[in-house]
Design a protein around this ligand. Structure first.
Ligand code: GDP
Ligand code: IMO
Ligand code: MG
Length: 423
């Protein structure tokens, strides 16, 4: 399987969790290297549904190791909650199965309150964040005022750092007219969480390098999607980390030349949660998908905005990520449609655009130019092999892969493990 980076090629929720769970069979270690519990990765096993936020989606295969890398921001209380939820679902996590980087930064309640306040103040220009405090936590990291897991592992040092941070942030929250946080409550909760997390905390960079030396194969699980990338996405309507392939290196400490393959996951159509430009957004396909009970967010439950497949966006994603292979999910979401539109380029005024403009305001003004494909109007959910798919579905998938500029490797026709077609 070699060392593989898996990223989302759109605006998140492409089905990364499902594909990671599937690919983990042939990997040794699964690594999350960016994002926080803003992510919601769904894995369906039989009748059971698991939604992973911070823990890699490889965790459901007991013989594999999962790493939360240095580039992730961790809400320690929420991570303990996630471990306990998994336990209540019958997934026990042993020492050695989960490894948490001692260099990862922490998310605290004041980050969440600041996230909320900044959003409220932006009014109609809000980003539509998950309100998990992700932006303020990465902000502290970049400003070199963050608190890390290694601090949390030393209670006396942690308590002093937290006291100063809460003092500073309470003054800001007061000025904003917002609720303040109780130092004692946060400190107690974090120190309680620290003891539960301690067995898992280590220098994950060393761990991964030892693993590489031993010839073990690593799968890097991206969170969010290419157009939510802080550098390459639809800024400012983005998240606060590098969601693209490069983030896997900086967020794990594994060097670029050790990476062998990049897989991009994309839906057979497009969705986006939160605000920001979305050229191919379309109420018709949105109503159809929501009517089927699909496309509600795994983290916040918000209805996702829906639209046609945007090949301008995915082609750009291929360039940034260096995508080798594609996994196209939710093919079955299009099963009932008579005709399916695909955006091949944009127009702005008289100008034809082959790549998304850098400025989000211009992107919002872009008019999508479509070609139409015939639908297949039959269920694909039982297809096991490529040749089981209707001819029109195969034609559609080949066409969108070609427009995206990478090799079609996986087609997914349902949320289950056995609804995955490998080409
Ligand atoms: P992620 O954030 O990229 O891991 O994606 P999410 O889990 O947030 O959202 C993807 C949704 O699509 C989840 O509910 C998955 O169970 C579901 N899913 C993934 N692949 C397929 C598919 O091929 N067909 C169907 N029907 N659902 C899928
Ligand atoms: P997964 O990993 C979809 C979106 C939010 C908002 C913007 C910024 O499940 O694909 P943030 O809370 O990160 O500051 O919000 O990014 N967003 C996601 N959208 N899937 C996600 O993760 C997302 N994580 C953040 O909706 O628009
Ligand atoms: Mg998701």
């Amino acid at each position: 399987m070699a060392n593989t980076i898996l990223v989302g090629a759109q605006w998140g929720d492409e089905g990364k969790g499902k594909i990671i769970d599937f690919l983990t069979e042939n990997a040794d270690i699964v690594v999350r290297s960016q994002g926080g519990n803003n992510a919601g990765h769904t894995v369906i096993l039989g009748e059971k549904k698991y939604v992973l936020h911070l823990i890699p989606s490889g965790i459901l295969r007991a013989d594999k190791a999962c790493v939360i890398g240095n580039g992730v921001v961790i809400d320690p209380v929420s991570l303990v909650g996630e471990i306990e939820t998994l336990k209540s679902q019958g997934v026990k996590i042993r020492k050695g199965q989960l490894l948490i980087s001692d260099a990862a930064h922490l998310v605290f309640p004041y980050h969440r309150l600041l996230d909320e306040q900044r959003e409220a103040r932006k009014g109609r220009n809000k980003i539509g964040t998950t309100k998990r405090g992700i932006g303020p936590a990465y902000g502290d990291k970049a400003a070199r005022t963050g608190i890390r897991v290694c601090d949390l592992m030393q209670p006396a040092i942690f308590t002093e750092k937290l006291r100063a941070k809460i003092q500073e942030n309470n003054a800001i929250l007061k000025a904003l007219g917002a609720a303040r946080v109780s130092f004692k409550e946060v400190n107690d909760a974090c120190l309680g969480a620290a003891e539960k997390l301690r067995p898992f905390v280590t220098n994950t960079v060393l761990y991964l390098h030892e693993a590489l030396k031993a010839g073990r194969e690593i799968l890097f699980e991206g969170a969010q999607g290419t157009f939510l990338d802080i550098d390459h996405g639809t800024y400012p309507y983005v998240t606060s980390s590098n969601t693209t392939a490069g983030g896997a290196c900086t967020g794990s400490g594994v060097a670029p030349h050790r990476m062998d393959r990049v897989i991009a996951v994309m839906k057979a159509y497009t969705t986006r949660v939160g605000e920001g430009p979305f050229p191919t957004e379309d109420a018709v396909i949105g109503d159809i998908l929501h009517g089927m009970g699909r496309e509600f967010g795994a983290t916040t439950g918000r209805a996702r905005r829906c639209g046609w497949f945007d090949a301008v966006a995915t082609r750009y994603a291929t360039m940034i990520n260096g995508t080798d292979d594609l996994a196209i999910t939710n093919v079955d979401g299009l099963d009932g449609l008579e005709n399916i539109k695909v955006c091949t380029h944009y127009k702005i005024g008289r100008k034809r655009l082959e790549v998304p403009p850098t400025d989000s305001r211009l992107l919002a003004d872009c008019e999508p130019m479509y070609v139409e494909f015939p639908g297949w109007r039959q269920s694909t959910t039982d297809a096991k092999r490529w040749t089981d798919l209707p001819t029109a579905a195969r034609g559609y998938l080949k066409a969108i892969a070609e427009l995206t500029g990478a090799r079609l490797a996986i087609a997914s026709v349902g949320p289950g493990r056995d609804q995955t077609i490998v080409l």
